[in-house]
Every structure is written in structure tokens, then in C-alpha cells.
Design a protein around this ligand. Structure first.
Ligand code: ATR
Length: 283
């Protein structure tokens, strides 16, 4: 039986096994997907196990998406651009098996983002947070033709480093860094605001940016408020967005689409995302 894993620390909360095992069963595959709590010292052996065929592949979650990179032999362009890996798979190259890294979070974000169907060219985005997750979102936004990118982060220096690393398309009109909790009124007129921080994982968490204060200047059109968090289903960030009449989207569909792409890489089958699959995550 082919074995797949999701590794992380903590890992108990992960819904990936439930989802992948559902698709494995639906597609009559002889495979199993498990979760594994690991420490950094385990990463090398896990990559060896992929090369040796003891494991077919694995997903990587917090806090190892960057740490796994040095143990791999090759990377997709997306993983290279984001410098973070969430999917490891085996590939036969030049007479040997190698462990490859991809990043399917970018695809997950793109597929789930309403900008995908946006008729206006060159949207404007505001990113909240400059951690590991922000990089995949920024690449996804560039792929979705965003032309203006603004970012704000509690630690300004991390936003500066992140922006320095980004290779933006030629069509880009610019990127801007704003002081945390100071500049809400000057953050342009974004079409989308994405919360990439971990603020919201605890129900009482609040993203301390006061957009409603600048309602007239900021919301001359309907803005998409997108939170990468999907558990809890509605963070305060999304609740507040709804209160001021904006569109609120959580990270559930992004999670499903990133998993769909990982599954396709490993099994060569694109599994279906339907209502049954979506409600699987609610139980
Ligand atoms: P991930 O890989 O999930 O992005 P991370 O790299 O640890 O995780 O990044 C967490 C993000 O949440 C960062 O932008 C972090 O801000 P700092 O760079 O200032 O640390 C942000 N964050 C976490 N807790 C926060 C808090 N209490 N207030 C403001 N921002 C917070």
C-alpha cells in the first residue's frame, strides 16, 4: 500500500488526512494518508524515505515549509519562487529517484480567489502579514494580474525583506510598505485585503487595523476581505468586513484546492471538489 503523510508541529488539527483518504477511497486507490508529528531532525530521513520509495510523498505544514528545502534534490519553479515547499514527491531523473518539492498553496489561492474572475485589469491588493504564508499569496496575486501591492506587518523589517525578494512582473505599478496600525487611511483603494497573519486562529484574536474609520475613503467599491484561516470559519477580521458591507472569504477553498493539486501530483488524478467534499471539513 502506498503511503502519504502530512508532517508538522503541531499536527493534530490537520484535516488533510480526512480529505486525502476520502479521495483515495473515492478513486479506489491502494494508498493511505496519515499525519505525523515531527521535529526538524526528522526531515532528512523523511526525504530519504521518499527517494527509497518507503513513502510516496508528503505534505509539509507549519513550521517546516522552509526548513525542508535543504533536504530536497529539486524544486518546481513555483517552490523556487516562493522559497517554501508544501508538497514533496518522488521523480525519476537521470537514472535515479529524487525527492522534489512543490508549493501548491499558490495554486490553492489562485483557484479560490474571486480576482480570478475579475474583468478589470490590474487589481490592487493589500497584504496583512509578512510571514511564510504571505509569499505564496503574493506570487498568486501576481499570477492573477495584480498591479499594485501594499503590505503591512507588525515587524516592518520583515515586510521590507519580503518585498526585496519579490520579482514582480514588468506591468507592476509598484509596491508599498505601510506602518502597522498607523496608515489605514493611506493604504490606497485595494480590491482585495488578505490576512496572512496567524491573528484569528484563536477566536478572540483581532487584526488591529481600523478600516471602518476610513470607510468613505477606503471603500468606494466592494472590497474582498480574504482570510487564510478557515478554522474558526469566521474570524473577527471577516466578521468586521461583513459588518461594513464587504465580501468575506475564508481559507477553506484554498485549503481544498492546494490539496487537490498535491493529490494530482501524487496520483495523476484530479479529484473532485464538490459539496460533499466541502462539508467533510465542517464535521
Ligand atoms: P506563517 O508561516 O503562517 O505565515 P509566520 O511565518 O510565523 O507564520 O508568520 C506569522 C505572521 O503573523 C507574521 O506576519 C507575524 O507578524 P511579525 O512578523 O511581526 O511576527 C504575524 N503575527 C503573529 N502574531 C501576531 C500578533 N499578535 N500581532 C500582529 N501580528 C502577528
Amino acid at each position: 500500500m502506498n503511503k502519504y503523510l502530512v508532517i508538522g508541529n503541531p499536527i493534530e488539527h490537520s484535516l488533510s488526512p480526512k480529505l486525502h483518504n476520502y479521495w483515495i477511497k473515492k478513486n479506489n486507490l491502494n494508498a493511505i494518508y496519515e499525519k505525523k508529528l515531527v521535529v526538524e531532525e526528522d526531515l532528512k530521513k523523511l526525504c530519504d524515505d521518499v527517494r527509497d520509495g518507503k513513502i510516496e510523498g508528503f505534505n509539509v505544514t507549519v513550521p517546516f515549509k522552509e526548513k525542508i528545502i535543504k533536504y530536497l534534490d529539486g524544486y518546481t519553479d513555483t517552490a523556487l519562487a516562493v522559497k517554501a515547499v508544501n508538497t514533496v514527491f518522488r521523480k525519476y531523473e537521470n537514472g535515479e529517484y529524487i525527492a522534489m518539492g512543490d508549493n501548491t498553496d499558490v495554486y490553492g489561492f489562485e483557484q479560490s480567489c474571486p480576482l480570478k474572475n475579475y474583468s478589470k485589469q490590474g487589481a490592487s491588493a493589500l497584504i496583512i502579514g509578512a510571514g511564510g504564508a504571505s509569499k505564496a499569496i503574493i506570487l498568486g496575486l501576481c499570477n492573477l494580474n495584480v498591479r499594485r501591492l501594499a503590505i503591512t506587518n507588525r515587524t516592518r523589517e520583515k515586510a521590507e525583506i519580503l518585498m526585496d525578494q519579490i520579482v514582480t512582473p514588468e506591468s507592476f505599478s509598484g509596491h508599498f510598505i505601510y506602518e502597522w496600525c498607523k496608515d489605514e487611511g493611506n493604504m490606497g483603494k485595494p480590491d482585495i485585503v488578505v490576512n496572512c497573519t496567524s491573528l484569528g486562529l484563536n477566536e478572540e484574536d483581532r487584526v488591529p487595523l481600523n478600516f471602518s474609520k476610513y470607510k468613505k475613503r477606503f471603500f468606494t467599491k466592494k472590497v474582498i476581505f480574504y482570510d487564510l484561516i478557515y478554522n474558526p470559519e469566521e474570524t473577527n477580521f471577516l466578521l468586521n468586513a461583513k459588518k461594513i458591507g464587504q465580501q468575506a472569504i475564508n481559507g477553506k477553498m484554498m485549503f481544498l484546492y492546494q490539496a487537490q493539486k498535491s493529490f494530482t501530483i501524487w496520483h495523476g488524478i484530479k479529484p473532485e471538489i464538490n459539496q460533499e467534499v466541502i462539508s467533510l471539513l465542517n464535521d
